[in-house]
Design a binder for this molecule. Structure first.
Ligand SMILES: [Fe+2]
Length: 259
């Protein structure tokens, strides 16, 4: 069995992204965001995996799946000019399809975990995970989902602090309070859908709900070390209708560090 795929995947992804460059070698700034995001998600997976003591094939799978998780973003933007899945298509599904069509077969023919990597790519962005994920694939799916969320927390904060959140999220209103439908949803379900997001406050509330979907103690510790939760607590508007939810999310994150 082949034991190392991560190096091959890194080389392949670079060449695949290069195919979207213009004749001067330029890459659209929003594709550049996804290129660097992919590398940071891989680095997050590396950190989580090392804290969990993963090694060998398990570590290699985690790094490979994390690196390739957003493969679908490149053809999505090239064809539809948007990262809104609702206005184009599901980029996790597209990532899996792209890898099946373009990642060289001979590189994975003897790699026993390629199907698990494809699954982790397909499921990295799903609100609900389907039943029936195998015990071997589950940790891989979970580490990619955690690693991705950690970098999106960081990216959103950076864009808000630099007053350019609309570059990242063109459809949201940077000011304003919470939408009623979203408040109802988070209060009752502890999670929320993007369809109810109107303002930046709404978006940050959805992001905060992600803490209920983090899987690993190292992920919670990284979130605190990055200062993301204390920043959110400062910038989220005070509103009696959501304060209970915010406090329960922060409490959950604290407990998660030692779970
Ligand atoms: Fe993604």
């Amino acid at each position: 069995m082949r034991v190392q795929l991560h190096g091959t995947a890194e080389k392949w992804l670079k060449e695949y992204i290069d195919s979207f460059r213009d004749e001067n070698g330029g890459l659209h700034p929003l594709m550049e965001v996804k290129r660097t995001h992919s590398l940071r998600v891989r680095d997050n997976a590396s950190q989580i995996a090392s804290e969990l003591g993963w090694s060998g094939e398990q570590l290699d799978c985690a790094l490979t799946a994390a690196l390739l998780h957003d493969t679908g973003r490149f053809p999505q933007f090239a064809e539809w000019g948007t990262y809104y899945d609702g206005a184009s298509l599901d980029h996790g599904d597209l990532g899996e399809k792209t890898l099946m069509e373009h990642f060289p077969d001979e590189k994975v023919a003897t790699y026993g975990r390629w199907e698990d990597i494809l699954l982790a790519v397909r499921l990295h962005n799903k609100k609900e995970l389907p039943a029936g994920i195998t015990p071997a694939a589950a940790p891989l799916v979970q580490i990619v989902r955690d690693s991705d969320k950690l970098d999106v927390f960081r990216l959103v904060r950076m864009h808000v602090e630099e007053d350019r959140i609309n570059e990242l999220l063109p459809r949201i209103i940077p000011s304003g309070g919470y939408s009623e439908a979203l408040v109802r949803e988070v209060s009752s379900e502890r999670r929320a859908s993007y369809s109810n997001v109107r303002s930046l406050s709404d978006f940050l509330l959805v992001q905060l709900s992600w803490v209920f979907d983090l899987n690993y103690a190292p992920s919670f510790r990284m979130l605190r070390r990055d200062g993301v939760l204390s920043w959110m607590e400062r910038v989220l508007p005070q509103d009696a209708s959501v304060n209970g939810f915010i406090q329960s999310a922060l409490h959950h994150a604290l407990l998660g560090e030692s779970a």
